[in-house]
Design a protein around this ligand. Structure first.
Ligand SMILES: NC(=O)c1ccc[n+]([C@@H]2O[C@H](COP(=O)([O-])OP(=O)(O)OC[C@H]3O[C@@H](n4cnc5c(N)ncnc54)[C@H](OP(=O)(O)O)[C@@H]3O)[C@@H](O)[C@H]2O)c1
Length: 325
């Protein structure tokens, strides 16, 4: 089969498609013919060896995928060849076939295309875990989403609306702000402007955001926290800007505010009950059509580098998806 293979940690131009063995299946496993795989910011860091954990070389990148069951181990009864499925794993999705434990898969509602399904789990679970399990966002509260047109940002915009919040989307370009409005944001802010906090103050009538969803980091995080409402909750999701901010401890004291960490990788292991509840909620929303996950740019497998480059050049709208012909 063909797969993107990282032989050395490298910039994306140094990574190629190779012919490798199609993976076999052992006890408890399912092999999926991949229809679409999504690429997130973390995948871009992993291929370069810049992520906090390193995949041993060589490896096939890609954690999220959707496709059709190709083969199942004899002890697996939940899946049969031909079933459409969606899955999430540590690596291996940028390949024509992937083998995973059956627990890594879910049945795909029939009306959901592979591109949509592949873009779904990581960002929307992160968004829902952050806003529900961590921030306890209430209907009517004001949610400020930083980096709102990015993959995880746009998920937070949509989930914030589903939870009844008033959503203010912050993004760097007019195109990105329009994108956030199209997916439900109530208002937008250009947070590259020096006076953006004044605009935020005006938009919130002096109240400030009750909850801040922050996948960006850097100076903008510090500025945002200075504007937070009394008893506000600032969700630490990521550092796409490349800088981890250092917040002076007097600010949470003065604001009665909280910094809350969010780590998708630990939810299932540390909070299995919460994970089950949130996944059920997400798949209910998906099956009923209440939530229509945003598919950003879709590129054919052969052009996988374009997906990485779009994200790395800060020009991505939503999630990048690679499809297999
Ligand atoms: N904690 C978790 O479990 C979890 C889960 C998913 C993602 N994340 C993290 O969240 C962050 C965003 O991920 P994503 O997949 O949403 O990425 P993305 O689609 O590339 O979006 C990132 C956004 O950050 C903003 N940004 C500001 N400075 C940037 C810079 N120098 N380079 C690139 N983007 C910059 C951009 O918006 P503007 O141009 O509008 O500023 C961009 O839209 C990453 O750090 C990722 O690791 C964490």
């Amino acid at each position: 089969m063909k797969a993107v293979v990282v032989e050395n940690y490298d910039a994306i131009d140094g990574i190629s498609i190779r012919q490798i063995d199609t993976p076999g299946i052992s006890k408890g496993e399912v092999r999926v013919k991949v229809g679409a795989a999504a690429i997130g910011f973390v995948d871009g860091l992993k291929v370069q060896g810049l992520y906090q954990t390193k995949d041993p070389l060589p490896f096939v990148p890609g954690t999220e995928f959707a496709g059709v069951v190709d083969a199942v181990a004899g002890d697996v009864s939940a899946f049969k060849p031909g079933m459409p499925v969606v899955g999430m794993t540590r690596s291996g999705a940028l390949a024509e076939y992937i083998t995973v434990p059956s627990a890594a898969l879910k049945n795909l509602p029939p009306q959901v295309p592979f591109e949509t399904a592949a873009s779904f789990q990581a960002n929307y679970l992160t968004g829902l875990y952050a806003l529900d399990a961590r921030a306890s966002l209430l209907s009517g509260e004001i949610l400020l989403v930083l980096g709102a047109a990015g993959g995880v940002g746009i998920a937070a915009v949509q989930i914030g609306k589903l939870m009844g919040a008033r959503v203010i989307a912050a993004a760097s370009t007019a195109e990105k702000r329009d994108f956030a409005l199209r997916y439900g944001a109530d208002q937008t802010i250009d947070y590259t402007r020096a006076d953006w906090r004044d605009t935020l103050k005006e938009l919130t009538g002096g109240h400030g955001p009750d909850v801040i969803f922050d996948p960006v980091g850097g100076e903008v995080s510090l500025q945002a926290f200075r504007s937070i409402a009394w008893r506000g909750r600032h969700l630490v999701v990521g550092f796409a800007s490349g800088t981890i901010p250092a917040l002076a401890f007097n600010l949470p004291l003065l604001k009665g505010g909280a910094l809350l960490g969010v780590d998708l990788a630990q939810i299932q292991r540390r909070e299995p009950g919460t994970h089950t509840r949130l996944m059920a909620q997400l798949f209910d929303w998906l099956a009923s059509g209440q939530l229509q996950p945003v598919v950003g740019k879709v590129v054919p497998f052969e052009n996988f580098r374009e997906a990485f480059k779009t994200m790395q050049s800060r020009s991505a709208l939503g999630k990048m998806v690679v499809t297999f012909g």
